[in-house]
Design a binder for this molecule. Structure first.
Ligand SMILES: Nc1ncnc2c1ncn2[C@@H]1O[C@H](COP(=O)(O)OP(=O)(O)OP(=O)(O)O)[C@@H](O)[C@H]1O
Ligand SMILES: [Mg+2]
Length: 500
């Protein structure tokens, strides 16, 4: 008996020692586990189907901001913490686990009782025993930091993509600008100087000097070939924008349908055929000058958009809602009767007034015949040098005939005729094919006209050319070299009025 008792005691002692050791080890492992969970911000849980022995690790309480002294949280406690927008799909996932026995892996937001928003990644899976579900286990991770990093990365990526787009756009703009400038350099040699000594031309050049340094729009009017483009370039070259691009566009040379995209550019896919994005002339002329030749040909529906850029310096590319701001000085030219276009409702009057801030009317060549010999000599020299021809003289009769000619094509016609003459000339004399000169279609004043009729004719012509504007720097009075009041009384004396 005694021996038996002793054995029992020994065995018991051994067992309790073992038990104590195991408990100790278990506690230690549990402590390690809790530590690991705290460090990784990962909690674990286990549910039993009856929900009587649910288990949540300490870290679950930490993550969800729950008080462990209040015992196990219920499902409703969790649902309250889920972010309202994510509630449904987390509940869906849990239902999927319990009803269908399928595991889940979800990411959702919670709003902790202390109001802090955190991101949770949670996995749940059923536990099987002999093919029957006996419970569920899972783990939840606080992935807030990672999530913030991911979002920051995505933002950074967006920023980079945006910068890349901007760079591509700038590259495109530069490439276009380069093409444009190369083109400009090629045409540069066509106009070196503005030749002429006539009072009419000098008056225009004075106006150019006055208006050039300002930023206001300039409208250049004048017959074909009178040098409107030359004047436009002079305005740019005398302005503080001269270091920037002078961009030219002939509105009459571009099909109406393409005009808008030429002016304002378009995004890829803005219309059929818009394969690539395109920078418009307005953007190209940023901080420079945009010269719109034949502005009278801009269709009505585009005029309002043009007016907006003029007034607000902003527009959108076709197919884009992004507003682009530009700083562009507009110089426009036309050889059409603008006032008439407005009267015929083909041109918006508001745009006309906006453009007509500073009108420059370039005189036709027949109104400044004293410039003809100068121009003939100038072009003869230019072409002779270019073609390596030793032309030294221009016969007097030739010069007289040229001076009397009415030059419907103005300086361009004269220049072309002289170029042809240089080609045809063999010796030192310039041989002009005078037979080519067009017979005047307009009736020239009667040869035996009295001085008064001649005066009357002349005044009427100037009035027509200035569109009956009498005063101002480009008005009829200035062009006739008299005071406005003098001209007015002369008009009265001669009985000239607009209806006449
Ligand atoms: N005063 C001038 N001195 C020298 N060359 C000139 C002068 N005026 C015009 N030219 C030359 O005459 C040609 C026609 O000029 P420009 O193209 O400027 O005329 P335009 O009025 O714009 O004509 P269009 O109405 O047909 O467009 C150009 O080659 C230009 O260099
Ligand atoms: Mg022109």
């Amino acid at each position: 008996h005694a021996l038996r008792l002793l054995t029992y005691i020994l065995v018991l002692g051994y067992i309790s020692h073992e038990y104590l050791q195991m408990t100790h080890e278990l506690r230690r492992n549990e402590a390690y586990l809790a530590q690991a969970q705290r460090l990784t911000r990962a909690g674990s849980w286990a549910w039993d189907p009856s929900e009587t022995h649910n288990y949540y690790s300490r870290e679950v309480f930490n993550i969800f901001g729950l008080d462990p002294t209040k015992g196990n949280p219920t499902l409703a406690d969790f649902v309250r913490i889920y972010h309202p927008e994510d509630r449904t799909f987390v509940e869906e996932a849990e239902k999927q686990l319990v009803v269908e026995g399928r595991g889940y892996d979800v990411k959702y937001r919670i709003v902790r009782p202390d109001g802090e928003l955190r991101w949770i990644r949670e996995v749940g899976t059923p536990v099987y025993e002999k093919e029957a579900v006996t419970g569920y286990i899972g783990a939840c991770l606080d992935v807030t930091e990672q999530e913030h990093m991911t979002q920051e990365l995505a933002r950074e990526h967006d920023r980079l993509r945006f910068s890349l787009e901007e760079i591509t756009e700038l590259k495109d703009k530069l490439a276009k600008e380069k093409l444009y400038l190369e083109d400009e350099i090629r045409t540069e040699s066509n106009f070196e100087e503005i030749i002429g000594e006539s009072a009419a031309l000098k008056r225009i050049l004075k106006q150019v000097e006055t208006v050039a340094p300002t930023d206001s729009a300039v409208l250049i009017q004048g017959e074909t070939g009178t040098g409107k483009e030359l004047i436009a370039r002079a305005i740019h070259n005398l302005s503080k924008r001269r270091e920037r691009t002078f961009v030219k566009m002939n509105c009459a040379a571009i099909p109406t349908g393409l005009l808008e995209s030429e002016l304002f550019g378009h995004e890829r896919g803005a219309f059929t055929g818009a394969i690539a994005q395109r920078v418009g002339r307005f953007e190209l002329a940023h901080q420079g000058t945009l010269f719109l030749d034949e502005i009278g040909d801009v269709p009505l529906e585009l005029q309002s958009k043009l007016l907006r850029v003029l007034q607000e310096q902003e527009f959108e590319r076709l197919g884009s809602t992004r507003t682009i701001r530009v700083d562009v000085r507009l110089v426009a030219a036309t050889n059409r009767d603008f006032a008439q276009l407005v009267a015929d409702k083909q041109f918006r009057s508001d745009l006309y007034y906006r453009l007509n801030v500073f009108p420059v009317v370039v005189p036709s060549l027949r109104d400044r015949p004293e410039d003809i010999p100068l121009l003939v000599r100038y072009f003869a020299q230019q072409y002779a040098r270019r073609m390596n021809k030793p032309i030294v003289t221009i016969p007097t009769e030739t010069m007289t005939t040229l001076s009397k000619y009415h030059w419907p094509g103005n300086i361009r016609e004269l220049e072309n005729l002289i170029e042809r003459s240089v080609i045809l000339s063999q010796g030192p004399d310039l041989r002009v094919p005078l037979g080519e000169l067009e017979a005047p279609t307009v009736t020239v004043p009667n040869e035996v006209a009295t001085l008064e009729t001649a005066e009357r004719e002349h005044i009427l012509r100037v009035l027509r050319e200035t569109h009956w504007v009498i005063g101002g720097p480009s008005g009829a009075a200035a062009r006739l070299g008299m005071k406005r009041t003098t001209l007015q009384s002369k008009l009265q004396k001669l009985g000239i009025s607009r209806q006449a």
